[in-house]
Design a binder for this molecule. Structure first.
Ligand SMILES: [Fe+2]
Length: 292
């Protein structure tokens, strides 16, 4: 049976049904991959995949990034294994709350992520949705002179920086993303390695804008203002979609051309999601060379 692909009422996203991802055939995969490149976010309702099936689905997109040693799927959850709920002050909760800001996954790592897969297992009564914003359409909507100006710029990306912005000060070695290597720099305009479409590459991890070669830097206020303005401009209709999760849903998105964020919910309720992250290809997702 051919998958049914219904575009969302926005510049990105599609809902895919008439497909069982746990038994994905090669012809179906080819349809899914083409849709992934076209729509950048694919929502598959009612899949109820096991962990092994989610990992297998993720592996179609490329090498899986291990956020925790030896694990290809990780919980994104405020509920511990014993059923108790995390306090807002807990490190993991602070990272999840940070993800309520627009971002792209692993931009703070030397090799950024290609794609992310997220499935819903326990959802709160209300809130906890995920939103995505189309950075291809955002770049297209900028005037030509702004596009040209941005082409020459790059920014640092750091999880220390973005968590610091919400008052979460983290010491090196506190887990994935809190590394002690040099901070990656990435161009503000990214060209997609498959579609060749340019897109804005910004989000909450970005700071410290300067020329791509590192020879000139904007002052701190101008840099923060530029990045804020770009995100505010970009993350507006018709370039955004929101998904209200039902247990069993699974979504895959292209980190190379969309931003995403979680929406708040009442932390006295459990929210259990599972995440698989696909590493970027080194040719297209490696950060800029270190400048002197
Ligand atoms: Fe994320």
């Amino acid at each position: 049976m051919a998958p049914d692909i219904r575009p969302c009422d926005a510049t990105l996203g599609a809902v895919v049904s008439e497909i069982a991802l746990g038994e994905l055939t090669e012809p179906q995969w080819q349809v899914v991959e083409a849709a992934f490149h076209e729509f950048a976010v694919l929502i598959f309702p009612n899949q109820h995949l096991t962990d092994a099936q989610q990992i297998e689905f993720g592996a179609h997109f490329g090498r899986i990034e291990q956020l925790v040693a030896d694990r290809n799927i990780v919980p994104i959850s405020n509920r511990r294994e014993d059923g108790s709920l995390l306090a807002d002050e807990a490190h993991g909760m602070q990272v999840m709350m940070g993800n309520e800001g627009w971002h792209t996954d692993s931009s703070y790592m030397p090799l950024a992520a290609k794609a992310s897969v997220l499935s819903a297992h326990v959802v709160p009564e209300s809130g906890g949705e995920t939103e995505w914003a189309d950075m291809r359409a955002a770049f297209d909507a900028l005037d030509a002179s702004t596009q040209q100006q941005l082409q020459g710029l790059a920014a640092y990306h750091s999880l220390y920086y973005s968590q610091g912005q919400i008052g979460h000060v983290v010491k090196p070695g506190a887990g994935y993303g809190f590394h002690t290597q040099h901070t990656p720099r990435r161009p503000l305009v990214k060209r997609h390695p498959v579609t060749n479409c340019p897109s804005l590459y910004v989000g909450r991890h970005a700071y410290g804008v300067g020329s791509k070669d590192g020879s000139e830097m904007l002052d701190e206020i101008a840099s923060a203002q530029l990045l804020d303005d770009l995100v505010s401009f970009a993350c507006q209709p018709p370039r955004i979609i929101q998904h209200t999760w039902t247990p069993g849903d699974i979504v895959v998105w292209d980190n190379r051309c969309v931003l995403h964020r979680a929406r708040p919910y009442d932390h006295r309720e459990a929210r259990v999601m599972k995440h698989t992250r696909i590493a970027g290809e080194p040719d297209s997702e490696t950060c800029l060379p270190k400048t002197a």
